[in-house]
Design a protein around this ligand. Structure first.
Ligand code: NI
Ligand code: MN
Length: 228
């Protein structure tokens, strides 16, 4: 069984696993680095980590067009339902559920979560997915560094996707510490170089991570994929 992760730019990820297509934080419209448009993706599931506009993005339009099931915390799931998203599945931090595509747990994230219209988006989340063949993928989405990443690391992470942009999330130095807590086999950086405010050099970060940890860093350009 192959699982393929695609980076669409910023924090927007695609995951194809066991025949299912997941789209995470689908920010295409207004995203200066997006490698696709909102009308050309065909997900079965849309995962929304928190309420900010660069993560909720095109979730409503894509879910309404495709009939995809939206998965988010309870506050965001009910907000999406109120926007006309027919199928939603609410979870909450620390809670996991066996979906057809794998076991998905919402993890802690150190961030905000207000929705674009000012509604309460609950608490922000990251995602820990155990695929149907047992691979563990941690998508931190927007977060600062927190020590309990070492508990997530205890799960045995095959792939971690981490923000390195700084300003809104972890920057390179804290993301290096996160790799030490998480101990992933492979790490992919994201949430950088979307705007000048979060400009970073991913190559020098990769060199540092690979000299100080056992993790392999994979640098994707927007639109590129990594196969587990
Ligand atoms: Ni955010
Ligand atoms: Mn963000």
């Amino acid at each position: 069984m192959t699982t393929r992760l695609t980076w669409y730019g910023h924090a927007t990820l695609g995951l194809e696993t066991d025949g299912y297509k997941l789209l995470i934080d689908p920010f295409f419209t207004g995203n200066p680095v997006a490698s696709a448009t909102a009308d050309e993706v065909e997900p079965n599931y849309i995962l929304v980590s928190h309420g900010h506009g660069d993560h909720v993005g095109d979730a409503v339009a894509i879910a309404r067009r495709t009939g995809a099931t939206a998965i988010a915390n309870a506050e965001i799931a009910s907000w999406l339902a109120g926007q006309g998203v027919e199928k939603t599945h609410a979870q909450h931090l620390g809670g996991g559920y066996q979906h057809p595509f794998g076991y998905l747990k919402l993890t802690l994230a150190l961030h905000g979560s207000a929705l674009p219209d000012g509604s309460n988006g609950g608490n922000p989340a990251g995602f820990l997915l155990t695929t149907n063949d047992g691979k563990k993928i941690y998508m931190a989405q927007d977060t600062g560094l927190f020590g309990d990443m070492s508990l997530i690391g205890d799960e045995g992470i095959d792939l971690a996707v981490l923000p390195i942009g700084d300003n809104f999330t972890m920057g390179p130095a804290d993301a290096l510490k996160a790799v030490k807590f998480l101990r992933p086999k492979t790490v992919i950086p994201m949430h950088y170089n979307t705007w000048d405010l979060i400009a970073q050099n991913p190559t020098s970060w990769a060199d540092e991570v690979q000299s100080e940890t056992n993790a392999k860093v994979v640098l994707l350009s927007a639109g590129e994929s990594f196969e587990l």
